[in-house]
Design a protein around this ligand. Sequence first.
Ligand code: F6P
Length: 478
Amino acid sequence: MPRQRTFDLVIAANRLPVDRVVTPDGRSEWHRSPGGLVTAMDSVMRGREGAWVGWAGEAGEAPAPFEESGMWLHPVPLSEEELTTFYEGFSNDTLWPIYHDVIVPAHFHREWWQDYERVNERFAEAVCKVAAKGAKVWIHDYQLQLVPAMVRALRPDLRIGWFNHIPFPPVELFAQLPWRSRIIDGLLGADYLGFQRATDAQNFVRAARQLDGRATRGDTVTTQDADGTDRVVRASAVPISIDYVGLEELAKSDAVQARAAEIRTSLGDPDIVLLGIDRLDYTKGIRHRLKAYEELLAQDTFRPPEVTFVQVATPSRERVGAYKDLRSEVEATVGRINGTYSALGSPAVHYLHQSYPRDEMAALFQVADVMLVTPLRDGMNLVAKEYVTCRHDLGGALVLSEFTGAWHELQQAFVCNPHDIEGLKQTMLRAISTDPKDKRRLMRASRRRVAEHDVQRWADRFLTNLEMAPERPPAKGA
Ligand code: F6P
């Protein structure tokens, strides 16, 4: 039997950073997946020896562990049933709505919870298998909230951190969860808990105090280990970012510049290109954005071919009811807008239900005179940061919802409340008509913020916080 390889840094996330692709000649290859979490962690793992524990993206038996771009990938299996109950069910139809302000109703099913527990246990076991003695374990996101305590029970020697990529809900919403105490206990297995915004961290600390009777002090919660000793867990904000240098370099490349020019021409060289790039998710405010645009067209504020709106809506969680409903609604709205306002050869909306590689996104960003990032709720929204990073020409304008984590950092954007359709319309018009000189100034400030707070800094801050997190409460009288 080959000896089990172990590592000093172990990442655990629901998905592995690769997708299996079958080539035309029938060979199967692993390709880097395009998601934000993967891109972020990719640059973090560069130059560090580490392992990544996650699901390989296909139901059934997991492939054997393998090495890919200097990282050890340890697949965790999910059965077809668990895909429905753990992933689509509990993660994305129970937790996701609760953690995003209940924009759609959350569904509670005891069988979903049981499978959530079972799958979290499987992840915890896999983590313990690949973690060297005293290793750092970095667990990601809402799908794995029980893993911290499960890992601690198996391996008290490990240093355990968890980071939430999505919001953590106010206590009144979190309280709805029948399993709220179990989730708090699960998270308190960590040494350090990282969140996108200070409010998210405070929401967690408040939930631990009010719903679970834990003693809290500032940004810490006291918990008891199995042997009865007190242990302190810190919860604070470390907002995620992007690989600024890498993306800017890509955006400046001749190929991307040429592609941007090609896209603009293929759109009919309009005066104004509006752009939205989102996973097709009800949290992203795509319906509100389309409504505002439709009203502006109806009021004759502008018309194609002078203006066009490109909406990339990446397919996501397509078997979950709320996502199916959203798709039908968005596609009906796009059809209606195009039927009413398009000119021959100049559609009012270019709707693309597809996912694109990074270079195509970078080119699209350069074409966008106005980037519409209007979620109803979003942990961070890396698209906002990617857009300003790609605008090395200082062109364009970012319309940004105040309900994103990104807004807390990019305050020079044109802020909007996406629920306020009238306000959203005015903000879109302001983003179009503001003096280009002023827009360049705003863009420069946003770019500086992202350049100074890039993904590497985020990872360093998280790992330092994990290292420095207090373990024991201060001695009495200290
Ligand atoms: O951060 C939120 C998140 O669920 C990530 O875990 C994931 O990378 C992304 O959104 C896409 O979601 P999914 O893995 O469900 O396609």
